[in-house]
Design a binder for this molecule. Sequence first.
Ligand code: ATP
Ligand code: MG
Length: 310
Amino acid sequence: MPLGNILDPALKIILFGGKGGVGKTTSASATALYLARSYKTLLISTDPAHSLSDSFEQAIGNDISPIEGVGKLYALEIDAEEAYTKFQLEHEPELRKLIDTSTNLDEDDIKSFMSMPIPGVDEVMGFKTIVDIIDEANFEKYVIDTAPTGHALRLMTSPELFDDWIKVMARMRWKYRYMVTRFAGDYKPDEGDDFLFSMKKTVRKVQKLLQDTAQSEFIVVTIPEAMALEETKRFLQQLRKLGVLVKQMIINNVMVSEGCDFCRRRKQSQSRYLERLHELFGKLEITTVPQYPTEVRGVSGLEGIVHHLF
Ligand SMILES: Nc1ncnc2c1ncn2[C@@H]1O[C@H](COP(=O)(O)OP(=O)(O)OP(=O)(O)O)[C@@H](O)[C@H]1O
Ligand SMILES: [Mg+2]
């Protein structure tokens, strides 16, 4: 069965996730290539070990670049660490103000507090880059290639983590505000309050986008092997807990040829995992992609995968 729903104009964001090495980047790249036939499409990698450049055999980086030879396809490799450094530099004064007014910490304590990582913030800032790009509305479709399971889960939980941090800061602010009002009779919101408010808005926006099933879809990629099967089971459970609805799955690297002894044995070994995958995930729509004899690279290589996915 081909991947469904992808061409629906309401669907804006398609995320691909799964265990390491199962074909997430290949599936995301092929889907973006297919979409670009009808829509202006941006393919985004959130994996710190970016591989879109390898997949398309051309340099792609932290700036949106057109994919050579494909009309409406663009790509971007997001650097979450850089987005976070930018965030720190940009918001240092507000952060400092928040900590300074809400705690009894001395200068040294404040310095160490400032150097502590804020939970989820780097991923949220990576997402913020995506949300900002979507706001600019220069593209009709966004395809997101994520890093292996654990990282993708961190990415998806980052809005909640960061939101918890904002809540704690807001509570401290509230106490500060109460004290100021009591002693000075009046409280004027300052840049610390503005900062918390704008961060809250960013988190809400990211959450809304990810939870809107008409606008975004998360597709899980796996392969017919024991370890991938187990990891996929856990991954889907975790995604469900996060409220991410998964409707479609790609089983990649399926052996079809029986032309040699190796192929026959491989096919046989895969068949029970294929069966088990269909049993376990029968409610999902499953698309299978055969294993190619060579690795899949470049536009022409990816076109083969497009043919199987769609
Ligand atoms: N159906 C296929 N047949 C043959 N080779 C494939 C197939 N799908 C993917 N590959 C190759 O397998 C390798 C891994 O694929 P890919 O990079 O898409 O996986 P990934 O899940 O993104 O990996 P990572 O977790 O490292 O990001 C690549 O060299 C790719 O060309
Ligand atoms: Mg990858």
